[in-house]
Design a binder for this molecule. Structure first.
Ligand code: C2G
Length: 135
């Protein structure tokens, strides 16, 4: 049983997120997602549209996700890897190199991001259409 762990905010879930989760899960048998709490998002300077509980519910509905745990800090990854016996840590390659220190505890893999999609772009599109009075 190969266990994979990854982290993120996963706000306004889109196909770029799902593409990451799908490829991460395919590296093993069990995928754990450390989901950024609303408080941690503030530390990351990220505003999320959905609350932690809403983002957790949406992620738990994704077929590639086996367990969602809260991500409260930058420092919890080593403990999580030990506690959840993760064999592989996966992130999109916008993080390449940033988590290489985890190689002392498990395999570290950065996967290519999916181009042309982001929660920010989606939110901006919806906001601009709202201003134009479109439904
Ligand atoms: N992602 C992707 N393609 C996109 C958008 C996101 O592959 N078009 C990946 C990111 O690389 C990340 C995951 O989807 O691995 C979640 O993205 P975010 O929610 O933006 O995560 P982020 O804010 O980068 O948080 O401790 C790590 C942080 O919590 C990562």
């Amino acid at each position: 049983m190969k266990r994979i762990i990854t982290y993120g905010t996963y706000d306004v879930l889109h196909y770029g997120h799902v593409n990451l989760l799908k490829r991460a899960h395919a590296l093993g048998d069990y995928l754990i997602v450390g989901l950024s709490t609303d408080e941690f998002n503030k530390i990351k300077n990220k505003e999320s549209y959905y609350t932690y509980e809403q983002r957790k519910m949406i992620l738990e509905a994704c077929r590639y996700v086996d367990l969602v745990i809260p991500e409260n800090s930058w420092e919890q990854k080593i403990e999580d890897i030990k506690q959840y016996k993760a064999d592989i840590f996966v992130m999109g390659d916008d993080w390449v190199g940033k988590f290489d220190f985890l190689k002392a505890y498990c395999e570290v893999i950065y996967l290519p991001r999916t181009q042309n999609v982001s929660s920010t772009k989606t939110k901006e599109y919806l906001k601009s259409n709202k201003q134009k009075g479109k439904k």
